[in-house]
Design a protein around this ligand. Sequence first.
Ligand SMILES: [Zn+2]
Ligand SMILES: [Zn+2]
Length: 890
Amino acid sequence: MTNVDELKSQVRQEASSEPERFFPIDVLDDKEFSRDTCDECGRGFWSSKARDVCGEPECGSGYTFIEDSPTEKTLSYQEAWEEFRAFMSERGYTPVDRYPVLARWRDDLDFTIASISNFQPHVVEGVSEPPAEELVIPQPSLRFNDVDNVGITGRHYVLHDHIGQTCFREEDYDQERYFRDMFEFTTRVLEIPKSEIVIHEDAWAGGGNLGASMEFFVGGLELFNQVYMFYSVTENGYEELDQKVLDMGMGHERITWITHGTQTSYRCVMPDAVEYMEEKTGVDVESDTWQSFLPHSSRLNRDEVEDIEQVWQEIADEIGVEKGELKREVGPVADLYAVTEHARALLFPLADGAVPGSAGGGHNLRVVYRRARDLMRRHSWEQVDLEELVDIHAESLELVFPGLKEKLPQVRDMLDAESQKYESGREEAETKLESLKNPDVDTLVELYESHGVTPEMMERHGIHPPDDLYTRLTSTETDAEDSDEQGLNIEKLPDTKRLYYEDQERTEFSADVVAVRGEQIALDRTCFYPTGGGQEHDTGTIQCGDQEFDVVDVEERDGVILHSVPEHDLNHGDGVTCEVDRDRRRQLMQHHTGAHLVGAAAREVLGDHVDQAGAHKSRKDARLDITHYDSLNRNQLMEIEEVARRLLIEDHEVEVMRFSKREAEDRFGLRIYQGGAPPGDSIRLVQIGEDVQACGGTHVSSTSELDEIAVTGSQKVQDGVVRVRFRAGEAAEQYVDGIRETAAGAADLLDAEEPDNHRKAVHRLTEMYSVEEDHILDTLERFLEERDNLANQTRILAEYLGALPEAYPVKGDTLLERAESLFEARKQQEKQVEEMESRIETHVRNQMEDRQVRENIPTENIGLLIQVSRKLARDFSAAVRLQARNGAVA
Ligand SMILES: [Zn+2]
Ligand SMILES: [Zn+2]
């Protein structure tokens, strides 16, 4: 495996040893910058005045711009983007709207982590076209590895806006110009004197690419990093890309902050939200301790510090307060900022349709949400309402990121659902904590993950959680796994021609056998659909001469479609005629097309956040997994079915189109990647009504060909993902018939009228008896049998005991009344038998004569008789012999 850190340092060293090859030396010369090496860290840097150390706060004296901004100019968050956009457009860059933070087009990332994420891998690799060759973009990006730093350092964010200056050029790549543009933005727009600028030589890697870079530091703060991204990371190192890529990423928050020179960046980036928090919490964010603390805050970066407590001590000593007091004073302010930031960090992903959950990116969102709630609880900030806070953010961000506000209802629903889950977990968590002594860190992480035990709760129980607990809880992104399967012995063959894309109705074709390996046959062309996109493979036959062989499985590897034929006599070069099982294929096409309808219907009913999380379509039934923050009730399922049926009746044409990725994204947006982004630039799009998706499955040609659609049930498969089961076509008709038969059969068994609404009745029966639909009749039969049996037992026992039994007849007129009455009757009958059995002991006791007794007792409950006989034998020192109805003796 490649170690990316090693590659970075390799590229950095290479660039530093040959700066003229990698860096824009001409402009640096022109601006009178000269190269030096840091006395502290040994890094190469550029400056226009003599310096001993580089611009890192650790090498110099922290943040020197606080209360001493290097510029006269003051820019609000919104103005900062506006000014950059205007300046760069004038210089020929095209401004582009942000991409969703939910990175649907990537299979290695849940969320965008930088502006370049939008263009990896296909645009960077030259497979897809960029929206413009030279562009600027504000791209909100999420990083979870600093969660614990947010608030305390004054500059860390879970979500920051990564402003990009991004260029893709095979020719005319002009690094000197790109560098000059950024340099002059800094000196002319931000009006920062060049003597304040320190430029570092470095390297950056991310999303599978790599390059040397120049970082701009001012007053200890890194404003941006211009990466000359010439390489892609390979298995054994790196190789040059076909085109040159410039990836400049600038912190929108930081350029705003540097012009203010305020204590923290949070106040000038999110002024309205901070003001709201101050008002609701009464925390004084300008206390003397906080003010004297802040210039040192950048030293508390947990990424770069080994012993955080020692750093606290050092800072306390330097500003002359006791460490404990420092932390107590600084804590509420830092936490106020953290809550403010986290609300903003949740707003974008929730607006873009990400759902908090228990796995992957959804899990990270949940950790951020819970950290905010934990901090609010720690300080008893009952007045703070996260939903209100999110509203305030959306309002002030609307000018830079239009469209956030209209997503607020959806965001609020999700926050509501998260809140309920957060609250309900707390009680269990408290109990769990009571039982613990000195848990280690892994146990604490486990406690948080599985039992919702928060750091604040741990502290109340005298347990000290680690400082970076939240960061430990968030999972880091990993590169996509290499999915190439090994062990297949078919040599590299040309791609199989897919006839099913040309004509989805076609089931008969002729072809040539191009490879035979054991039972696997490759043909030059085929109508057989291989398992893929959640749709099961076709079956059918291959005929050669007068011999016919069954195809039992079909799969695709590297563009070659392999037919599994367990018994065959086929050879390379044979001409064959083939037939696909038409009924099976038709049903699979109906189910596949049905999945598009159910997905669109679910979005209409539940909200715009609904995405496809998975699907499976077999002949018998189908299911679609969707992202949603709650489980679904019966009414919602019926509504989804109703909308899906409406789409069916409206008879929408199923349109199949091919586009380049770029054009497809432009026309239909990134939502087309519901099932992930397919490789290659040309993609197959399937449009049904409003819904457009990249899809490689087979479909019927218009929605009315589904004939029938039924949503049959749902279940939560993981937190944030709900499975909707449905059937279409004949499978749906069978389902509806089955329901009718069940309802009629049940009515017959219970001597009731057949109900009007079969489905409702059957559904109520499944609830009443806690069984699946197809077990209702068995269950009713069993209950009736048991009822007779119990009545019989009651009668015999009553006779023996000389008691008067109660009869429990099935009452009611309708099916449901009678079903309920049967259920109750059986319960009462059981109770009656139990009561009678408990009287057996007394009854036998009364028969005791001459210290011995022999009794025939009309029960099959031999366990009870053993108990009774032992007890009586002991009490009376007597010989007790009890014989049960089935002859067993106690
Ligand atoms: Zn240094
Ligand atoms: Zn499809």
